[in-house]
Design a protein around this ligand. Structure first.
Ligand code: K1U
Ligand code: ZN
Length: 169
């Protein structure tokens, strides 16, 4: 099922998500939630979606950065254990629609997590997958990519979003 995505400035987006009990990962309810998040992400469309964005405050996210949309990845209780370098990438966010801005993040990261079967994994990656993992993990800590912008730029974003909301209304 499609899940409603919370949008800035909804305060629920600022919630710090809780660790998931490994025993819960293989339950039918949690597996259905993972499938609903993939459906919601592909429908948006997006290349990632954190549970926080659908008002589920548990530490997991779904990602698919492939062109063919055939490489689904689930990161449960993710932890970045190493990072190096820096890269600038123009990010967007399904919770801040219509806003795009350059954000600098680590270029290469090593992330430890549980996959959708509850099996511990370790992945070292760079490029857009590294950017997306960092962007989604920020969501789990209540952080949004616009938090990295200068106050001036963030004010411009606020005004642009207010204007968009008025038109929609
Ligand atoms: O809000 C989110 O977490 C989804 C976000 C993930 C993300 C995008 C860019 C850099 C880092 C993280 C998005 O997917 S926004 C939409 C988007 O970027 C996109 C949509 C369709 C095709 C390709 C990209
Ligand atoms: Zn986002």
């Amino acid at each position: 099922a499609l899940l409603p995505i919370l949008e800035f400035p909804d305060p629920r987006l600022r919630t710090k998500a809780a660790l998931i009990d490994a025993a819960d990962v293989t339950t039918p309810a949690f597996q259905t939630l993972i499938d609903d998040m993939f459906q919601t992400m592909y429908d948006a469309p997006g290349i990632g979606l954190a549970a926080s964005q659908v008002d589920v405050h548990k530490r997991f996210m779904v990602i698919d950065v492939s062109e063919e949309k055939d490489t689904p990845m689930v990161f449960i209780n993710p932890e970045i254990v190493a990072n190096e370098g820096g890269q600038v990438y123009q990010e967007g966010c399904l919770s801040v629609p219509g806003i795009f801005a350059d954000v600098t993040r680590a270029n290469q990261i090593t992330v430890r997590y549980l996959d959708r079967h509850g099996v511990a994994q370790e992945l070292t990656t760079d490029g857009v997958l590294a950017v997306c993992v960092q962007h989604e993990m920020d969501h789990l800590d209540g952080k949004l990519f616009i938090d990295y912008l200068s106050p001036l730029k963030r004010e411009m974003v606020r005004k642009k979003l207010a204007k968009q909301r008025k038109h929609v209304a």
